[in-house]
Ligand binder design. Structure first.
Ligand code: NAI
Ligand code: A1CAB
Length: 264
């Protein structure tokens, strides 16, 4: 697959890392206005770094857009005359609806919206996708890419904002929970490095139990909470202090904000 990442910033570089580690491309173009920060990627075979989006589009089939929302319109205007039937457009841009993309490049393009997260760098992204009508014929290509770099599901476009909060912002939310656990472990006597090992691998284990068994979290909690034991004591104290409620309220606030951003 000849892939271009238009806008190799935080997310674009994470996608590039995932593609490189998994050897998941034939050629890879990375674009950025000032290429200094991504020059080192040219050390990898078949990777080209350039500030020329048109060059990237001409030499690629799969175009992954990872710029800020306010930058996309101008870039689409810049490349729209170069688009052919070989191109599949994949936009990771938050809040930028398919009909806005179609208004610039036309309905007769394969357009996919994808919401990955930065764990794509290590092949563990949860990616949600949707497409325009024409894009349905090529969504399997996007699925193949994102399944190689994690797990993907196809959703309705009206769920993309919620998916952004849960999956993309979700990385930050889970990081903070891991950090809080690390702080707790330090207070219980572990040095910072060991504390983080304990926190992150326990988090990984908990998620893996659910991924591999398909079970409900509460079923796994029941196996851990000895009656009158220390787990239920800690869990109930956390809930008295609003653990679940605080998380749900945070997700709601994030969702409210994302809807405001996309109206701007
Ligand atoms: N950071 C994240 O975890 C996620 C971000 N997103 C979305 O992905 C998009 C990118 O986000 P980030 O990577 O965080 O932003 P970023 O600001 O780190 O990256 C954007 C990149 O685009 C480049 N750029 C700007 N104008 C350009 C142009 N004309 N041609 C080529 N490159 C250009 C910038 O130099 C920058 O490196 C946003 O729309 C964001 O909402 C989606 C999911 C996760
Ligand atoms: O924080 C943000 O607005 C973007 C969207 C998801 C991740 N970063």
């Amino acid at each position: 697959m000849k892939i271009a990442i238009i806008g190799a910033g935080n997310l674009g570089k994470s996608i590039a890392k995932g593609l490189i580690v998994n050897n998941a491309f034939t050629t890879l173009y990375l674009t950025k206005r000032n290429t200094e920060a991504i020059k080192s990627y040219e050390e990898y075979s078949k990777v080209t770094v350039t500030s020329d989006n048109q060059e990237a589009v001409k030499n690629s089939d799969i175009l992954i857009f990872a710029v800020q929302p306010q930058q996309l319109e101008r870039i689409l205007e810049e490349i729209k005359d170069l688009l052919t039937d070989k191109h599949v457009l994949i936009s990771t841009i938050t809040g930028f609806k398919i009909d806005r993309i179609e208004a610039i490049v036309g309905k007769d393009q394969f357009i996919i919206r994808a919401m990955p997260n930065t764990a794509i760098a290590v092949g563990k992204s949860m990616t949600c996708m949707c497409s325009n009508e024409k894009g349905e014929k090529r969504i399997a290509i996007a699925e193949a890419i994102f399944n190689r770099l994690g797990t993907s599901i196809i959703i309705k476009e009206n769920k993309m904002q919620a998916a952004t909060v849960i999956c993309a912002s979700g990385i930050a939310f889970w990081m903070r929970l891991i950090r809080a656990t690390t702080q707790g472990a330090v207070q219980l006597g572990f040095d910072a490095k060991d504390a983080q090992q304990l926190a992150m691998n326990t988090c990984l284990g908990a998620a893996s139990l659910l991924v591999e068994s398909g079970k409900h979290p509460e079923e796994e909690i029941d196996k851990v909470t000895t009656p009158k034991g220390c787990t239920i004591e800690g869990l109930n104290e956390m809930e008295h202090n609003g653990l679940s409620s605080s998380l749900i309220k945070g997700l709601q606030a994030s969702f409210k904000k994302i809807n405001n951003i996309s109206e701007q």
